[in-house]
Design a protein around this ligand. Sequence first.
Ligand code: ACM
Length: 228
Amino acid sequence: MLPELANSGYMYAAPDALAPFSEPGDGSGPFLSALRVLAAETGGVILTGFSESAPNGLYNSAAAVGAAGILTVYRKTHLFFEEQDLFLPGDTGFSIFEHAGASIGVMICFDWYFPESARTLALRGAQVIAHPSNLVLPHCQTAMVTRCLENRVFAITTNRYGTETLGDKRLTFTGASQLMSPLGERLLQAPVDSDCVLLAEIDPTLADNKRPTTRNDLLADRRPEHYA
Ligand code: ACM
């Protein structure tokens, strides 16, 4: 997994400035093509954020890239702050793909602030949430403990670090990429300020147990008739 907008960086004054660093979601551009070659060499799937060019504009998207091509493209649902000046609101809904026997759902960065994102993915059967990010607000890495506990899913947040400037604007990204377990345990965490590659072996079926007690099931016990 790579972070959000890994082909472009984050800060642009206008869509026209970002467009040259964007490419289609069908995998025909240079960035996703290169990842496809890597995926073929390793037999893996690479999940990355990227700036997606579409006929109607740009999307802040994530693609899962395998040897055979693109497995899914997710377009960010909840656009953060000035992203609203660059990107169209995502229109794909939250998507799931299968790899190596695991169901993997995708959300991007600020989607974490809306518990509906992770809950929707869990209700659709995601065992692992892939969460490419360029986080600038505090609290996400801590809040993901709760997202994982309340949905009993794994979550991988791959986050950028460092500072980007545009004119007199300045954003610092919080690093600390992490892997969380369905019990809210932090299994891996990167430093806040340096490059890092982290590896772990997980059993995605641990996410199938939604029972905090023998008499409760976190998805089946929901009372949506009281949530409107
Ligand atoms: C963010 O959604 N990139 C903060």
